[in-house]
Design a protein around this ligand. Structure first.
Ligand code: NDP
Length: 272
């Protein structure tokens, strides 16, 4: 567990992750390792912020002269609402995961989840127009569906509540198919963007029907394999957990704040 400060008691530091709960976050360990590797005497902390207090908390960090903040569950939409400036992809999704306090017109925000996710697919050598099956239609699924479709992947979406998948496709105006079942037979990569791994819920995937080279990718990270990844691994498939995305989106945040390349290898090692 990371030490998590209450926002009214935010310490002297330059960067933070805000969330609720946030004490499980691996971001401080990862980002402090990156800052040390870069030779920068800067500090990154975890700050607990209750729902409804995100604007006040970000204003407090700005007043304390923080350089930037990452924003995690469940605050990405609330942070978006507080910002004066956001980039096009954040505006399309109405969320941000990264804030920079010193923009010329006030605090600015971007979302590095989608681009970071594409970085991880490139690392896995899963290139457009590979076939991606996305499970889920919540906040993370939206960012990932938009990134995948815009980059030219062939996207299929399954969600427990079908209407939500239909709404996602319509809202984002993307080209994607809707599946009636979590079908993996023709997928190059299967991305779990549901919260089922949090509750141990079974998504009912027939991994035995997958191609041997199919990759199972869970956005969630936990100590060890999630039930989703364990079932895929038991069928001999390659697995990737959410630490890959954590590093990729965090590296992009750091690069946006500092204007320098982030040491991804060190960041990966720090949370191994
Ligand atoms: P949301 O609450 O926005 O969406 C939840 C989604 O999960 C919905 O599609 C919902 O379906 C589905 N779902 C929930 N429970 C079940 C279940 N038992 N069976 C099937 N489907 C279920 O969540 P987020 O998008 O914010 O987060 C999703 C996951 O991604 C979380 O595990 C989170 O930890 C992880 N994540 C990881 C990140 C990283 O950096 N590694 C970044 C962001 C998220 P329905 O619509 O039917 O309710």
């Amino acid at each position: 567990m990371t030490e998590a400060f209450r926002w009214r008691e935010a310490p002297h530091a330059q960067f933070a992750v805000i969330g609720s709960p946030v004490s499980h976050s691996l971001s401080p360990r990862m980002q402090n390792a990156a800052l040390a590797e870069m030779g920068l005497p800067l500090r990154y902390v975890a700050i607990e912020v209750p729902v409804g207090e995100v604007g006040e908390a970000l204003a407090r960090l700005r007043d304390l002269e923080y350089v930037g903040a990452n924003v995690t569950v469940p605050h990405k939409a609330e942070a978006f609402g507080w910002l004066a400036e956001v980039d096009d992809s954040a505006r399309r999704l109405s969320v941000v995961n990264t804030v920079r306090f010193s923009g010329p017109r006030g605090p600015e925000g971007i979302s590095t989840d989608g681009p970071g996710f594409l970085d991880t697919l490139a690392d896995l050598n899963v290139q457009p127009a590979a076939r991606a099956t996305l499970l889920g239609a919540g906040g993370s699924a939206r960012a990932i569906a938009a990134a995948l479709a815009d980059a030219g992947y062939a996207v299929s979406i399954f969600n427990r509540t079908r209407e939500r998948a239909e709404k996602l496709i319509a809202d984002l105006n993307i080209d994607a198919a809707i599946l009636d079942l979590p079908e993996v037979r023709s997928a190059d990569v299967v991305v779990n963007a549901t919260a089922a791994s949090l509750t141990g819920g079974d998504l009912g995937i027939d991994w035995a029907s997958a191609q041997p080279e199919t990759i199972a990718y869970d956005l969630m990270y936990a100590g060890g394999l999630t039930p989703f990844l364990l079932a895929a691994a038991n069928c001999g498939l390659r697995t990737v957990d959410g630490r890959a995305l954590l590093v990729a989106q965090g590296a992009r945040s750091l690069e946006w704040w500092l204007g320098r390349a982030a040491p991804r290898g060190v960041m990966t090692e720090a949370i191994r």
